[in-house]
Design a protein around this ligand. Structure first.
Ligand code: NAP
Ligand code: MG
Length: 462
C-alpha cells in the first residue's frame, strides 16, 4: 500500500520531526503493508500552529463557501470510493463488500449531510431584544479510533469545518492509511491550507500532546472509556471543551409480541458485523422466559452462518482480549452455544462468531465492552425485569426494542437510559444525534446536534 512518509500540515506533506515509524499490519494475513511516521510533540505543535493561523480566515469564510468545500470533499470521497474501501479492508481487515457499504457509504452520507447543513444552518438567532451569534469554538484536536476509521474522522472533521473551526487530527495507529487518504481528499477539495492538519502517531505520545496542547480549544475523542476519562480530566483542568464518544454495552430487548425470528436474526447480524467492533452493537440480547430456548436455538443457527464470512479483529492484542473474555464467560458459568475461545484459523487475527446463553447480569461478559463477535443472551421474567437488566450497566450508548406494535416498543424505549434506540430494526440515520448517556460519553455527533458541539454563543443585546 502507498503511504506518505510525512505529516499533512498547512496544506502540504512535510517531513516528520522524528525518525520513528509505525508499521501498518493487515489483520487478515498479519503482513506489514506500509509504514507511517510516528508523530512527536513537535509535529503536533507545528500542526496546532498551522490550525491556529488558519482559524480567523476560515471562521470568517461565509457558510455557503464552507459548505461548497465540504461538498467538494464529499465528491472526492465518492470519486475515490474503491481506493477507500481497499485501504480500509487492508488495514482493518473488514470484508471488501462491507467496506464499500459501510466504511465508504457512511462517511459519504455524513459529509453530504454537513455540506447541506453548513449551507442552511441558522448561525444567528433572535431571542427577544438579543441577537445570538453562533461562532466557531476555535482549533479542534480530533482523536479517532480504528473501528470505523473514515466514518469517525468525517463525523468530527465535517461538522468542525462546517462550524468554521480548524482541525488537527490524530487517527488510530492501526488505521493511519485511510486518514492519509482523507488528507489527500481535503487537499483536492480545495480546503485552504492549515484548516485541516494530520499527525499520525501513537496515542500516549501524539494523542496526549494534542489533547493537552494549550493551542487547542476543543478536544473531540472517540475510543475507550479509560482513555476518554483521562482526556476529559486533562480538558477539564484546562477549562477546555471536550466531546467524548466512548464504549457501550447495548441491549437488544425482544418483547414477547415481537417477530422473534426477525429480531434474533437482525440482532445476531448487528453483533457480528464489523467483527463485533462497533461501540453501539447490541451485545446483550434480552428474551422473555417463554421464548428463551427458541431464541437461543435461532441465534446459534444464525451465528454459525458467519463462520466463513466474518473478518478478523483489528490486531493481535484485540484477538487475545476478546478470546480472554470468551474464556471468562465459560469460567463464570455461561453456556457456549456457538463459537468459543479457539482461534478458527492459523493465520490472521480471527475470532469465532460466539454466542453465550444463560448469561446473568452480574457476569463480566454482561458488563464489560468486549469489542469482538460475542453475543450474550439473557433471560427476563417481565418488563420491569427486562428494563432493570437493560439499564444495569455503566454504559448507555444505544439499544434496540422489538414488539408487535410500535407504540409498545416506543413506550419501552423511552424508559431506556441510552442515547439511541432502533425500533423494530430501524435504519441508521446519518443526521440523527449519536452519543451516550452515563459513561458512554459526553456530547453528540452527527446532524445539527453534532454541528452545535463546535459552536459557542455570543449574545448581543439591543
Ligand atoms: P483507545 O486506546 O481508546 O484509542 C482511541 C484513540 O485514542 C486512538 O487514536 C489512540 O491512539 C488514542 N489514544 C490512546 N491513548 C491515548 C492517550 N493517552 N491520550 C490521547 N489519545 C490516546 O482504544 P484502543 O486501544 O484502540 O481500543 C481499546 C478498547 O477501546 C476496545 O477494545 C474497545 O472496547 C474500545 N473502543 C471503543 C471505540 C468506540 O467507538 N467507542 C472505538 C475503539 C475502541 P492509538 O491508536 O495509538 O492507541
Ligand atoms: Mg490503544
Amino acid at each position: 500500500m502507498k503511504a506518505h512518509d510525512g505529516m499533512y500540515i498547512d496544506g502540504e506533506w512535510r517531513p516528520a520531526a522524528g525518525p520513528d515509524t509505525i508499521a501498518v499490519v493487515n489483520p487478515a494475513d498479519e503482513q506489514v503493508i506500509a509504514h507511517v511516521p510516528a508523530g512527536t510533540i513537535e509535529d503536533v505543535d507545528a500542526a496546532v500552529r498551522a490550525a491556529r493561523a488558519a482559524f480567523p480566515a476560515w471562521a470568517a469564510t461565509p457558510p455557503a463557501e464552507r459548505a461548497a468545500r465540504i461538498g467538494a470533499l464529499r465528491d472526492v470521497l465518492v470519486a475515490r470510493k474503491d481506493e477507500i474501501a481497499e485501504t480500509v479492508t487492508a488495514e482493518l481487515g473488514s470484508p471488501l463488500k462491507f467496506s464499500h457499504a459501510v466504511h465508504v457509504g457512511a462517511p459519504i452520507a455524513v459529509a453530504g449531510s454537513y455540506a447541506d447543513l453548513a449551507a442552511s444552518y441558522a448561525f444567528e438567532e433572535k431571542v427577544g431584544n438579543s441577537t445570538v451569534h453562533l461562532e466557531p469554538v476555535g482549533v479542534v484536536g480530533a482523536i479517532t479510533p480504528w473501528n470505523y476509521p473514515l466514518h469517525q474522522i468525517v463525523a468530527k472533521v465535517a461538522p468542525a469545518l462546517a462550524a468554521g473551526c480548524t482541525v488537527v487530527l490524530k487517527p488510530a495507529e492501526d488505521t493511519p492509511l485511510v486518514a492519509q487518504l482523507f488528507a489527500e481528499a481535503v487537499h483536492e477539495a480545495g480546503v485552504p491550507a492549515g484548516v485541516f492538519n494530520l499527525v499520525t502517531g501513537l496515542g500516549p505520545v501524539a494523542g496526549q500532546a494534542l489533547a493537552g496542547h494549550e493551542g487547542v480549544d476543543l478536544v473531540s475523542f472517540t475510543g475507550s472509556t479509560a482513555v476518554g476519562r483521562q482526556i476529559g480530566a486533562t480538558a477539564g483542568a484546562a477549562v477546555k471543551r471536550v466531546a467524548l464518544e466512548l464504549g457501550g454495552k447495548s441491549a437488544n430487548v425482544i418483547l414477547p409480541s415481537a417477530d422473534l425470528a426477525k429480531a434474533v436474526n437482525v440482532g445476531v447480524a448487528n453483533v457480528m458485523s464489523n467483527s463485533g467492533q462497533t461501540c453501539s452493537a447490541w451485545t446483550r440480547m434480552l428474551v422473555h422466559d417463554s421464548q428463551y430456548d427458541e431464541a437461543v436455538a435461532l441465534a446459534a443457527e444464525a451465528a454459525a452462518k458467519y463462520g466463513e464470512r466474518i473478518g478478523p479483529v483489528v490486531n493481535a492484542k484485540q484477538q487475545e482480549r476478546v478470546r480472554g473474555y470468551i474464556e471468562k464467560g465459560v469460567t463464570e458459568g455461561a453456556r457456549l452455544v456457538a463459537g468459543g475461545p479457539e482461534a478458527p484459523r492459523e493465520q490472521g487475527y480471527f475470532v469465532s462468531p460466539t454466542v453465550f446463553a444463560d448469561v446473568r447480569p452480574e457476569m463480566t461478559i454482561a458488563q464489560e465492552e468486549i469489542f469482538g463477535p460475542v453475543l450474550s443472551i439473557m433471560r427476563y421474567e417481565d418488563e420491569a425485569d427486562a428494563l432493570r437488566i437493560a439499564n444495569g450497566t455503566v454504559y448507555g450508548l444505544a439499544g434496540a426494542v422489538w414488539a408487535g406494535d410500535e407504540t409498545e416498543a416506543v413506550a419501552f424505549a423511552r424508559r431506556l437510559d441510552t442515547g439511541q434506540v432502533d425500533i423494530n430494526g430501524g435504519r441508521f440515520n446519518p443526521r440523527a444525534p449519536f452519543g451516550g448517556y452515563k459513561q458512554s460519553g459526553v456530547g453528540r455527533e452527527l446532524g445539527s446536534h453534532g454541528l452545535s458541539e463546535y459552536l459557542q454563543t455570543k449574545s448581543l443585546q439591543f
